[in-house]
Design a binder for this molecule. Structure first.
Ligand code: PHE
Length: 456
């Protein structure tokens, strides 16, 4: 008999699930990672590929992930094992859950360091340091921060403590109220930044850069740009590592998965595009480089806050709300492993969260040292932080995505997915989803991989 609730708690309503899953999806991935990856991959053509990946791969996989989670009602490891056994398939499907835990720990270790930069910038903005600065001035503030391991460690530790605090209490009761107020506030602030960029920045150049696909620029790094676009879609939608699966396991059996996923993916994509529209006009108006890399928004936005009326106030609010958005994403990165430790090791939530938190904290120290003391240590021309970022988004999450798609499309009984998705016989979306999850999503991921390693 399948359980209709999870031992870890349940969302109080359908809306609570939407807020929580949107909280997971919207974070540094949209506002920090999307603009810098777009800038490194040449702009418009990347954005177009990204949107295609969201629609053809991301949305169907998100539906599958929520569905599997709700069906299993346990941590991703135990959910996958139980669902596989129930279908007469090999219990090794639980490997998907293990891979997800690894990806979650690695992502959170660098995510927390970047969230630390964000917290640090709340104070930089508040103390008026941005007033009247130009590109080089902004660069100096940023390098002073990343060159200082002690400061980075302090902020990383504060952020991880905040994450562990919420996860220890249980996510279903921990963040609900705050997410309802602060997430919409971030959205409003982002819109204000776009309006500011539209009149003070070079809006035409920014718009053209983001939305005029230049496939010649792309062909220079075609494999990379394509892989980056797919990786960004997985990262931004929180897919492929079990975060959305476990959030699905706290969702009531009555809620419509398709509608909810459409809303979550829609908001996530909108926020990324708004972030791009806020940032690139300022990049071009101030002679900054779109291909700056992970520092892009930390170099760009201070220049804007330094020029605009009430810039200090807006700066404080912006970085604070961004840190909050990172917080709601970070807890979803820790939840799968914590649920597993509670289920299989009999730990209390507090003990499980502390243990997982300490592991991430230690890995994070390696990430932050890679920005200064250990900057000479590189693999594939990347430091540890960049390597974790690249490896998780571009490899581990898409691999997890293939497994989810194959399981949901080929292993799980059609009747089960029909029931879970509420598809009566004539429903148009069910055959569409099924075609995407069985063929399009897994094949696209494989083709992108082959393309990236130069085989096609
Ligand atoms: N989607 C989050 C963001 O965009 C990051 C994340 C990735 C969260 C994977 C959970 C799982 O910031």
């Amino acid at each position: 008999m399948m359980s209709t609730t999870s031992m870890h708690g349940m969302w109080s309503s359908r809306l609570a699930f939407i807020f929580a899953a949107t909280g997971s999806a919207v974070g540094l991935g949209n506002i920090w990672r999307f603009p810098y990856t777009a800038g490194e991959s040449g702009g418009g053509a990347f954005v177009l590929l990204y949107l295609l990946c969201v629609a053809a791969i991301g949305v169907p996989i998100m539906i599958a992930e929520v569905m599997l989670g709700r069906r299993g009602r346990q941590s991703p490891i135990n959910t996958m094992r139980a669902l596989a056994v129930r279908q007469g398939a090999h219990p090794a499907w639980q490997l998907l859950g293990w891979m997800g835990i690894l990806a979650g720990l690695l992502i959170l270790s660098f995510y927390s360091v970047i969230a630390g930069w964000t917290l640090a910038y709340v104070f930089r903005a508040g103390s008026g340091q941005f007033a009247g600065i130009d590109g080089p001035g902004s660069e100096a503030i940023f390098s002073a921060l990343t060159a200082d391991p002690e400061r980075l460690l302090a902020w990383h530790s504060i952020f991880m403590a905040l994450v562990v605090m919420i996860v220890a209490r249980g996510v279903a009761s921990g963040l609900e109220l705050a997410a309802r107020v602060l997430m919409p506030a971030l959205f409003v602030l982002l819109v204000i930044m776009v309006i500011y960029a539209a009149q003070a920045g070079d809006f035409g150049a920014g718009l053209g850069y983001l939305f005029t696909p230049d496939f010649d620029a792309l062909s220079a790094h075609a494999g990379d740009a394509l892989l980056n676009a797919m990786g960004q879609a997985f990262f931004s939608l929180s897919l492929g590592m079990g975060a959305i699966m476990i959030y699905g396991s706290y969702l009531s059996s009555q809620a419509s998965i398709g509608t909810n996923v459409a809303i979550i993916a829609g908001i996530d994509t909108l926020v990324a595009l708004l972030a791009g529209l806020a940032i690139f006009p300022i990049v071009f108006a101030n002679g900054l480089e779109p291909s700056e890399g992970p520092s892009l928004i930390f170099l760009t936005l201070p220049v804007a806050f330094g020029q605009m009326p009430f810039g200090a106030l807006f700066g404080v609010l912006f970085f604070l709300l961004l840190a909050f958005a990172a917080w709601t994403s970070a807890i979803s990165l820790l939840e799968p492993v914590v649920a597993y430790l509670v289920e299989n090791k009999g730990f209390s939530r507090v003990r499980a969260s502390l243990l997982a938190g300490v592991a991430v904290w230690l890995l994070g120290i390696a990430c932050l040292l890679s920005l200064n003391e250990w900057s000479g240590f590189t693999l594939f021309e990347m430091g540890i932080l960049d390597l974790f970022d690249y490896l998780t988004a571009n490899v581990l999450l898409p691999l997890g995505g293939i497994l989810i798609a194959v399981f949901a499309g080929w292993i799980l009984d059609e009747e089960v997915s029909r029931t879970e998705l509420g598809a009566s016989n004539g429903a148009w979306f069910y055959p569409l989803w099924r075609g995407l999850i069985r063929w399009v999503a897994p094949l696209c991921v494989i083709l992108v991989f082959l393309n990236a390693i130069g085989l096609i």
